[in-house]
Design a protein around this ligand. Structure first.
Ligand code: COA
Length: 149
């Protein structure tokens, strides 16, 4: 399944999709690696699969962003586990397009809320921009934010 990102002047033609080849999954892991996140994925004993990964293709078709998620609570709650854009391609709208496509896909799949544990305080305004609200502390290493769909 591929979600065609709504065309916008600054990044028309970019596509968010399910990785369809091992090469795309490897490229998604490289994007995480450039953001020092791949090690965390391994520590969680997780892996990037076509089921739990969505990728953002840049204008040349190269994998430029990746979002890895899990779906819990009887398919009603999704959690963003890892989310990153290639450092050389940030602030060009790719992260936002990937996030919006992911949220739309989850809404369409019947998921009612999306959870994230941002890795630092600086990320709170970023997620708030997409409608996430901070939750009371739970004892988890990182604070949590959630968005109702
Ligand atoms: C977080 C990240 C994925 C964002 O990707 P990006 O391509 O730079 O994001 P975009 O340029 O598409 O910005 C998305 C939107 O967020 C907004 N935004 C950016 N920084 C913001 C901030 N600090 N506060 C509020 N809004 C912010 C942008 O204005 C944009 O808004 P719009 O889509 O409504 O125009 C990227 O910075 C990244 O890979 N960071 C390192 C890894 C990381 O920290 N991941 C998150 C871990 S919790």
């Amino acid at each position: 399944m591929a979600v065609k990102v709504k065309s916008q002047a600054s990044h028309a033609g970019q596509t968010v999709k399910v990785p369809s080849t091992q090469a795309e999954l490897d490229a998604a892991k490289r994007v995480l690696d450039k953001n020092n996140l791949a090690r965390h994925l391994e520590l969680k004993q997780g892996s990037a699969t076509s089921r739990n990964t969505r990728i953002m293709l840049g204008k040349g078709g190269e994998v430029s962003g990746a979002l890895i998620f899990s779906v819990k609570k009887g398919e009603r709650e999704a959690e963003i586990d890892f989310y990153a854009v290639d450092p050389g391609k940030r602030a060009e709208g790719m992260g936002g397009a990937l996030m919006r496509a992911f949220l739309a896909e989850m809404r369409g799949a019947g998921v009612s809320s999306v959870l994230v544990h941002p890795s630092c305080e600086l990320h709170e305004p970023y997620y708030a921009h997409f409608g996430f609200k901070r939750l009371p502390p739970t004892g988890h290493e990182f604070y949590a934010m959630a968005k109702k769909l």
